[in-house]
Design a protein. Structure first.
Length: 234
C-alpha cells in the first residue's frame, strides 16, 4: 500500500511544481505588460501648478535669503577683525602705559618722536575699531531691513504656496486614479477568470494550470494593484 502511495505523492508534488512554474511564467510575462503602466502618465512637479505671482515671490524670497547669508558672512568677518583690533589695541595701550610709567615724559627731542609714534599707533588702532564697528552697525541695519522684507512676504507667500500645493495634490490624486484604472482594467479580468476557473475547473485534469493561473492572478492583485490604491492628498 505504501509503495502505491509514494508514486501518487510524487505525482501530486510534481503537479504542484508544474502549477508553481506555470504561475511563475505568467508572472514574468504579465510583468512585461504591466511594468510600463505607471509611466502611462507623465511625472508631475509642484512647479507646474505654481502661479506666476508665486514664482516671483519665491524668487524674491530666495534672493533675500542669499543676500542675508552674504551679509551675515561679511558681518562675521568684520566681527573677527574687530575682536582682533580690540585685542591689539588693548595690548598696545598697556605697553604704552607701562612705557610712560618707566620714563619721565620730557621735552627731550630723543623721546618725543617715540611718544608721538606710539600715540599715533594707538589712534590708528582706535580709528580701525570705530570703522569696523560702524560697518557692523550698517550690516546689522541691512539685515534688519531684509528680515522685515521677508516677514512682509511670508503671509502672501504661504497662502500662494498652499494653493499651489493643493492644486498639485489634486492633480497627483487624479493621476493616481488613472494609473489605478489602467491596472484595474488589466487585473480585474484576471481575477474574474481566476474565480471562474476555481469554481469550474479546480478539480479537472488540468488543475495544475488552473491553480497556476489562480496564483498568478492573486499575485498580480496584491502586488500590482493594491499598492496603487490612490490616496487623497498625495
Amino acid at each position: 500500500m505504501k509503495t502505491l502511495l509514494q508514486p501518487e505523492k510524487l505525482f501530486s508534488l510534481t503537479m504542484w511544481l508544474v502549477a508553481i512554474l506555470f504561475a511563475w511564467f505568467l508572472m514574468g510575462f504579465g510583468g512585461l505588460i504591466i511594468r510600463d503602466l505607471p509611466l502611462a502618465e507623465h511625472n508631475l512637479t509642484p512647479e507646474q501648478f505654481a502661479t506666476p505671482q508665486f514664482l516671483v515671490l519665491k524668487q524674491t524670497k530666495k534672493n533675500i535669503e542669499i543676500e542675508q547669508s552674504e551679509k551675515s558672512d561679511q558681518r562675521d568677518l568684520l566681527q573677527q577683525s574687530l575682536s582682533a583690533a580690540q585685542s591689539q589695541y588693548d595690548t598696545e595701550h598697556v605697553n604704552f602705559q607701562n612705557w610712560l610709567a618707566t620714563r619721565a615724559v620730557t621735552n627731550q627731542s630723543d623721546q618725543n618722536p617715540e611718544l608721538i609714534a606710539r600715540t599715533k599707533r594707538l589712534e590708528e588702532l582706535k580709528v580701525s575699531q570705530v570703522s569696523s564697528q560702524q560697518k557692523i552697525a550698517d550690516l546689522d541695519h541691512q539685515l534688519l531691513v531684509l528680515s522685515q522684507r521677508s516677514d512682509q512676504l511670508y503671509p502672501q507667500y504661504t497662502e500662494l504656496e498652499q494653493t499651489s500645493n493643493q492644486l498639485y495634490d489634486h492633480a497627483v490624486f487624479k493621476q493616481q486614479l488613472k494609473v489605478f484604472g489602467y491596472r484595474l482594467l488589466f487585473i480585474l479580468p484576471l481575477i474574474a477568470a481566476a474565480l471562474w476557473l476555481f469554481v469550474r475547473h479546480r478539480k479537472s485534469k488540468y488543475w495544475p494550470f488552473v491553480w497556476g493561473f489562480i496564483f498568478f492572478a492573486l499575485f498580480r492583485f496584491f502586488v500590482a494593484l493594491v499598492p496603487y490604491l490612490p490616496s487623497q492628498g498625495g
